[in-house]
Design a protein around this ligand. Structure first.
Ligand code: FES
Ligand SMILES: [Fe+2]
Length: 400
């Protein structure tokens, strides 16, 4: 890839795309609501009536398992007057989903079953009323939804350009690599984090899309991987991988992780000591460690605020050294997270500076360029170096 400043500068997103509410609205509609989004794992909804809710971009979604074992996704919006039917992040309904406002009751397939004082709705035909459904697909245990379906759907996972493709089709290029991790059998491990952070969502990915900063910015990771770490693109997916070094690290948690990490019968030799990161565009990264799996994602709230959500999952394994490795992994990643947040803050502040200049990217930062190109390919107005006049961003975008 050419690394001249000129080439990179022209392809990168200009600062206004980080500050413009109108641009964020386009991102929400084009990148987020129209793409398959990771929302959880089947282990969080094992039984009939178990549910997950997912609130983002002014939408309220709920994912519910029915009596025959299927998962369905609906808008969490009562057909009576728009009440919120399910109110926890996860939970279980007993027999039906009941709106807490006036008690309308729905089956786990979204059909209206019961209406208090039904005779006071003379024209209402219950069997014609259902909750509004949403596309849902489960892939190797991971649950994805797509809020906007049909002709308006323009987003994808990875760089695939088939807007109507299934999750299975879109993730097919990584299936063989993921299969050994037995992800359908994962269970939640540790706490789920859902934090509001004061940054634009893209800056978070600008940091995590390149490993050029690892040797300097993350001394603990550098000790963990040694020189065996790289970012790369494969079959349209941005990936990164490092192998846990056998050279004893100075840092206590890294050194003990290196020593404690046991062998895992279900993993091939190549994965026994590998940390593998795969980006699920637009907003999620799944990390396959030998001892567990982590997914984190960003959900933009406004131009300067983002929900940062992360959850680890792990296969049942009672070995003490596995528990130790998982704990040490958490300690190492906590250090990394603090370091990354500082870089995100610094870049965010830098984007507002009067002295801001377009970045000069190394070839080692090609992932940043790919991320920006992905956004530009979906939202052409992002190619403009200055923002369109107020109120015109969507219109200008439509003409490009
Ligand atoms: S809004 Fe749900 S029952 Fe009235
Ligand atoms: Fe980092």
């Amino acid at each position: 890839m050419p690394a001249t400043n000129t080439t990179n500068n022209e392809a990168l997103l200009p600062p206004w795309t980080y500050h413009s509410s109108e641009f964020l609205q386009l991102e929400k509609e084009t990148l987020f609501k129209a793409s398959w989004l990771f929302v959880g794992h089947v282990c969080e909804v094992p039984h009939a009536g178990d549910y997950i809710t997912f609130d983002a971009f002014d939408e309220r979604i709920m994912i519910v398992r029915n009596e025959t074992g299927d998962l369905n996704a609906f808008h969490n919006l009562c057909r009576h007057r728009g009440g919120r039917i399910l109110d926890q992040r996860t939970g279980r309904c007993d027999g039906a989903m009941t709106c807490p406002f006036h008690g309308w009751r729905y089956s786990f397939d979204g059909k209206l079953q019961g209406v208090p004082a039904a005779r006071t709705f003379p024209g209402l035909q219950k069997d014609t009323v259902s909750l509004a459904g949403i596309a849902l697909e489960v892939w190797l245990g991971f649950i994805f939804i797509k809020i906007t379906s049909g002709a308006d759907a323009t987003g994808n996972i990875g760089n695939n350009t088939d807007d109507q493709a299934s999750v299975a089709a879109l993730l097919a290029p990584i299936k063989d690599e993921v299969l050994p991790y037995n992800t359908a059998a994962l269970e939640p491990y540790g706490d789920r984090y859902d934090e509001l952070v004061p940054y634009n969502w893209k800056v978070i990915h600008d940091i995590d899309n390149e490993g050029y900063h690892v040797p300097i910015g993350h001394p603990s990771l550098q000790q963990l991987y040694g020189h065996d770490y790289r970012d790369y693109e494969e079959d349209g997916f941005s990936k990164a991988a490092g192998t846990v070094s056998t050279k004893a690290a100075k840092l206590w948690s890294v050194r003990h992780y290196q020593n404690m990490l046991p062998a895992f019968d279900h993993l091939p030799e190549s994965a026994q000591r590998k940390w593998l990161y795969i980006q699920w565009q637009p907003n999620a990264v799944v990390t396959f460690y030998p001892e567990m799996v982590e997914v984190y994602m960003t959900l933009p709230v406004d131009t300067g605020h983002t929900r940062f959500i992360s959850q680890c999952y792990a296969l049942p394994d009672a070995r003490r050294e596995v528990a130790a490795a998982r704990y040490l992994n958490y300690r190492i990643n906590r250090i990394t997270g603090v370091e990354d947040e500082q870089f995100v803050k610094d870049l965010s502040d830098g984007l507002k500076s009067s002295a801001w200049q377009p970045p000069m990217l190394s070839e080692l930062e090609a992932g940043v360029l790919r991320f920006h190109q992905y956004i530009r390919s979906r939202i052409p107005v992002a190619a403009l170096q200055t923002a369109p006049p107020a109120g015109e961003t969507a219109n200008v975008n439509r003409t490009l």
